[in-house]
Design a protein around this ligand. Structure first.
Ligand SMILES: [Zn+2]
Length: 165
């Protein structure tokens, strides 16, 4: 799913959480994509080529944008359930409590599994034990974008009205 949607859904999921937990969860929902793609995006922007958010077809790599080794390797790490579980366990062990913001990261991985095609940054959720990637739909498909952002709009309207009443 796109990075903005990850942030917006996580904000809803943590709407009732204390603000520091909510902000940390949102950060952890964005970082799995921000870490792999920010260097490439910045370099691309500086080169003034076609922006990465404008692919030729949904799911296609943007024209002129080359994802380097950093993008692919760090994407494996940030989209891995074993890595998530390890960090979760360490955080739990060190803090002595459930690290709730980590669920922002978990939801990112779980949502990405069915919303990425295998050919364009499929989700390597079993890395490093397996390179298996589920061949899902592309979140860039127009119908999915409409469904996703329509659902977000409804949920935010519901949230706004329910907090006002
Ligand atoms: Zn992702």
């Amino acid at each position: 799913m796109d990075i903005l949607s990850h942030a917006l859904w996580t904000n809803l999921l943590f709407a009732e959480a204390p603000l520091p937990v909510r902000i940390t969860a949102i950060a952890l929902s964005v970082l799995p994509d921000a870490i792999p793609f920010t260097p490439t995006t910045v370099r691309h922007f500086l080169n003034q080529r076609r922006p990465p958010s404008d692919p030729a077809r949904p799911g296609d790599p943007p024209v002129g944008l080359r994802f380097d080794r950093w993008s692919h390797r760090s994407y494996d790490v940030t989209h891995s359930l074993p890595v998530w579980l390890t960090v979760f366990g360490l955080w739990y062990y060190l803090s002595g409590g459930v690290p709730w913001p980590m669920f922002g990261w978990l939801v990112h991985i779980l949502v990405d599994i069915p919303t990425h095609t295998r050919s364009f940054f499929g989700t390597p959720f079993l890395w490093p034990f397996s390179k298996y990637k589920f061949d899902g739909i592309s979140w860039g498909e127009r119908w999915f974008m409409r469904l996703n952002y329509g659902s977000l709009l409804l949920m935010y309207l519901y949230w706004a009205f329910s907090t006002l009443v």
